[in-house]
Design a binder for this molecule. Structure first.
Ligand SMILES: [Zn+2]
Length: 75
């Protein structure tokens, strides 16, 4: 997993994710997207973090709901 600078902040609401030492106690969405040639973004890489509640807010705007799979291996 990528090393994140602390504090880890949600890009949408600015909330700091709870951490104890090295362990982040709240899960979050991490997006690392290298935009390609056809995107008009010059091949730049975009990075942002969303906390769980911001992901929930974002999903409410989805026309088509997220796909969900059961995760058998939890870390
Ligand atoms: Zn947030």
């Amino acid at each position: 997993m990528t090393d994140f600078l602390r504090p880890i902040l949600c890009n949408k609401c600015g909330k700091e994710l709870k951490a104890q030492g090295e362990v982040v106690m709240e899960d979050f969405l991490y997006v690392n997207k290298k935009w390609g040639y056809f995107s008009g973004k010059d091949g730049r890489t975009q990075e942002f973090i969303l906390c769980e509640s911001c992901v929930k807010q974002l999903e409410k705007q989805f026309a088509i709901p997220s796909k969900w799979k059961d995760t058998t291996e939890l870390l």
